[in-house]
Write a protein that binds this ligand. Structure first.
Ligand SMILES: [Zn+2]
Length: 344
């Protein structure tokens, strides 16, 4: 087994992946057909061309056109199942998938029916591929904190498989601080706390997510590179950075993979994980993320496996399941590395 095969075979866990952003190009065409929609693409080639972005805001506008293609709650079953099938192919064993419920409720879809469809996809994928998945709900910051409170009402009424809340969306115009009461209530409801921060705004956005929202993990966190005191703070507090390297290249948050701060975060001892974010829209998957880190940033196999363990250790699984998953990962890693030695 050569190094790249070994990297593909590593057991992995994914903490930062959006269900809608995982819609396969073929499935997007199926959605257009099912909904009898006018869309700016008719072929797979059109879709691929459409999924190219000038910058982060351009990406957000393209993402919202994909949201528009989902016209029936049951369509989430197929999207979720395929997302997990693709992750399982990369030896991902556990996923925390992000669902931006308010985007779709605003289009007239029903929260409960969508959640049921997603969980049918999750159950089928567990049965077919042995992959586990929990959900985090993205409150979508563009709609403001009052709308966020309303989403918590929905979760209070129906919370199947939901373990965390997040704020995604347009970070530049919607800072974290006004979400403090929403996050306080989410914590009281027993939910874990994450925020997208330092992707499309500076270090201040990360500071505010830590100070005012009490987040356990930061989505992206790229801007922490500009503030050594913040990097120290994240390390000391054990706050995980959910890095999404290929995503950040594709939305021009960083100029190239070599320019991505994930290497610096790792070397400074921050707890960092690697994730595919919107794999279909960025033409990536978990194998590609690990391989890019190996090729462009010199991550060794043991270092990549450390990223896998970080994702397990900072997952929102209950303690007993987390430690069991850790044991499974370590057993499998030993077996793989021994096997790789033997066949050299
Ligand atoms: Zn994201």
């Amino acid at each position: 087994m050569d190094t790249e095969e070994l990297i593909r075979a590593l057991p992995k866990a994914e903490q930062h992946i959006h269900i809608v952003g995982s819609t396969r190009p073929e499935t997007l065409l199926w959605l257009v057909e099912q909904g009898d929609l006018e869309a700016p693409y008719r072929t797979l080639e059109d879709v691929r061309r459409f999924f190219r972005y000038r910058d982060f805001l351009h990406f957000i506008s393209i993402y919202s056109t994909v949201v528009d293609c989902i016209t029936d709650e049951t369509q989430f079953e197929r999207i979720t199942y395929e997302m997990l099938e693709d992750d399982a192919r990369c030896n991902v064993r556990y996923v925390e998938a992000s669902f931006s419920a308010p985007d779709h409720v605003r289009k007239g879809l029903d929260y409960g029916r969508m959640l049921d469809a997603i969980n049918r996809g999750v159950s089928r994928a567990r049965r077919d591929f042995g992959i586990e998945c929990n959900l985090r709900i993205d409150l979508v910051r563009n709609y403001g904190p009052d709308a966020g409170m309303e989403v918590l009402d929905w979760i209070e009424a129906k919370s199947d498989n939901i373990v965390a809340v997040d704020i995604g969306g347009s970070e530049g115009g919607f800072p974290p601080k006004p979400y403090a009461p929403v996050y306080r209530r989410a914590r009281e409801m027993g939910l874990h706390l994450v925020a997208h921060a330092g992707e499309a705004a500076g270090p201040e956005s990360i500071w505010d997510a830590v100070r005012y929202l009490g987040v356990e993990r930061i989505g992206h966190g790229v801007a922490a590179r500009d503030d050594p005191r913040l990097m120290d703070h994240l390390r000391e507090r054990g706050i995980t950075v959910e890095a999404c390297p290929v995503s950040n290249v594709k939305t021009a948050v960083v100029s190239s993979l070599r320019d991505h701060p994930v290497r610096e975060f790792f070397d400074r001892g921050l707890r960092v994980t690697v994730n595919s974010d919107d794999p279909s829209m960025f033409g990536t998957d978990m194998d590609n993320e690990y391989l890019q880190l190996h090729r462009e940033l010199g991550f060794t196999v043991p270092e990549l496996f450390r990223l896998s363990l970080n994702a397990v250790d900072s997952s929102f699984l209950p303690e007993n399941r987390r430690s069991r998953l850790r044991e499974v990962f370590i057993e499998e890693y030993r077996r793989l590395v021994d096997g790789a030695e033997r066949f050299k």
